[in-house]
Design a protein around this ligand. Structure first.
Ligand SMILES: Nc1ncnc2c1ncn2[C@@H]1O[C@H](COP(=O)(O)OP(=O)(O)OP(=O)(O)O)[C@@H](O)[C@H]1O
Ligand SMILES: [Mg+2]
Length: 510
């Protein structure tokens, strides 16, 4: 690419107690191009975007825009300099409407008063222009996470910024919303904006990015001016600092008798009366597009949502449908899709967050003993999942987004005495190295004779780890495939509405 980069980072560093988040990072991003940032959880990507967005001040180094050095005292300065950042932790005001959030701080006024009709019109036009179907007067609190994410994106685009940075924008978007976002990014690039894009999904990065920079442990490993020329294996080994061959690590294992049997289950969002069973030692994959009803079905099995019909049996005995506590007592455990909203104790430590569910069964034994056991369990998982934290005592909220996910997942993987483990989108937002370790743990749990159910929207993940795949569409089970028959085409043929051709929908994963 000719000419100087419009946006330049020069020796930028940032330190937190016990953590060197960035240690002298330099690279440039060009106008009219998308620059991808890659790296393991905790590598420093979001910290860099917080510096770019004026939220953090760097300890050292410079930020240059169009060759001029910038100093931001706060987020307002960065916005004024033409920078819009869509952060990983969305920053909306739940009580305000879509229009108010999009125009936050810039609401149109008329004779000194807020001009609501004008705000409504402006935002409605913009949403329609980018193809998002949302009511400008809806309150953010009433929207889904994906819709809130689209509001944030719309807000950034309406700032008309020269530099727009996206921090894992697709982590909770549906397929359709992802397409809208990609169209937007392509359009912004054509207009000559400078775009920064963070994601753990390599296919997405290959599709969108011109150049990319790889981070590891707060340092820049390499910048590739033309990402398309770099093989996937090379990107992965640069990210994790080791060779990773087959990340799924599938092993055949003996399967026992049927243990879990679901009969005629129905609920508010599940159209049919659903039946399926799982054998001891089996990993059953549930695939479907976002909205197919997989998470709803699992919540019914677990008793988190109210059933209108049906029953769940484990080892021949009916599981009390009273709710999650009854399910857990019976040995059924669900790690929810929305881990952060549903499971995190933000003020508590990493160790406490991992151990919380084991404590329930641990009224015996001295406090001292328990403390030692909990410390060991926490340290084991910190090591295995490569959770980046100064210690097990660190408050979980100070960890990077992906590392928080790992901690919550560890809590469920560590659950003692489980007979059925249900994981809903277990690797969302998690780096490739840790994915590999999570797949291994899934296999180990199955080897102990447990039933494992994995719900995922990542087709290669389902195909990579499951012994059998059930496909759902529009609240119904529409097919089942044994591992030997489950390839991409066969699964997609079941998952997609009849009129759609499989090709453009699913991209493969690392
Ligand atoms: N406010 C903070 N206080 C203490 N440590 C922090 C703080 N913010 C970030 N860190 C630490 O700095 C490191 C880099 O975090 P950062 O959020 O930039 O990672 P990331 O590359 O975005 O990871 P992910 O892929 O998980 O989002 C991590 O070890 C994180 O725990
Ligand atoms: Mg991050």
């Amino acid at each position: 690419m000719a000419g100087d980069a419009y946006l330049q980072f020069d020796q930028v560093s940032k330190h937190f107690p016990g953590v060197q988040a960035l240690g002298g990072v330099s690279f440039g991003a060009h106008a009219g191009a998308v620059h991808g940032l890659l790296g393991e959880n905790g590598a420093g990507k979001s910290t860099l975007l917080k510096i770019l967005g004026g939220q953090y001040r760097p300890d050292g180094g410079r930020l240059l825009l169009g060759g001029h050095e910038c100093h931001f005292a706060g987020a307002g300065d960065a916005i004024a300099a033409g920078i819009a950042v869509i952060h990983q932790e969305l920053q909306y005001v739940p009580e305000l409407t879509v229009a108010e959030n999009v125009l936050l701080g810039r609401m149109p006024t008329r004779f000194g008063l807020l001009d609501r009709p004008k705000a409504h019109r402006l935002v409605a036009e913009r949403l329609a222009a980018i193809g998002v179907d949302l009511d400008p007067d809806a309150r953010l609190a009433d929207l889904s996470i994906a819709q809130r994410q689209m509001v944030e994106i719309c807000k950034a685009v309406m700032q008309d910024a020269q530099v727009i940075a996206f921090d894992e924008p697709t982590s909770s978007l549906s397929h359709r919303e992802t397409e809208i976002l990609f169209r937007l990014v392509h359009g912004l690039r054509a207009e000559g904006r400078t775009l920064i894009y963070i994601s753990h999904r390599l296919d997405e990065l290959y599709e969108l990015c011109d150049a990319c920079t790889i981070f590891r442990d707060g340092r820049k490993i390499v910048t590739h001016p033309v990402m398309a020329e770099v093989p996937r294996e090379r990107l992965i080994s640069d990210m994790v600092g080791r060779e990773l061959r087959d990340i799924y690590d599938y092993r055949t294992r003996p399967q026992g008798a049927e243990r879990l049997r679901v009969r005629g289950l129905a609920g508010a969002h599940v159209a049919g009366e659903l039946d399926f069973s799982v054998r001891g030692g089996e990993v059953l994959g549930f695939f479907g597009l976002v909205g197919a009803g997989r998470s709803e079905l699992m919540r019914l099995v677990y008793g988190a949502d109210k059933r209108s019909a049906g029953s769940v049996e484990l080892d021949g005995a009916t599981v009390d449908p009273a709710g999650p506590n009854a399910a857990i007592r019976a040995g059924i455990v669900l790690c929810p899709e929305d881990r952060k909203e549903q499971g995190i104790l933000a003020q508590a430590s990493v160790a406490e967050n991992i151990n919380i569910s084991c404590r329930r069964n641990d009224l015996l034994g001295g406090l001292f003993l328990r403390h030692g056991r909990e410390a060991k369990l926490a340290d084991d998982f910190i090591a295995r999942l490569r959770i980046k934290t100064p210690s097990r005592e660190q408050e979980i909220r100070l960890l990077s987004g992906g590392n928080q996910q790992k901690v919550i997942l560890a809590r469920w993987l560590a659950e003692p005495d489980m007979k059925v483990l249900i994981l809903d989108e277990p690797t969302r937002g998690i780096d490739v190295g840790a994915k590999n370790e999570i797949y291994r743990i899934i296999h180990e749990v199955a080897e102990r004779g447990c039933c494992v159910i994995v719900v995922s929207s990542e087709l290669p993940e389902v195909l990579g780890i499951a012994d059998r795949v059930i496909v759902m569409r529009e609240g119904r089970i529409c097919g089942e495939l044994a591992r030997k028959d489950a390839d991409e085409t066969a699964v997609l043929r079941l998952a997609l509405p009849d009129a759609v051709t499989p090709e453009p929908v699913i991209r493969s994963m690392p």
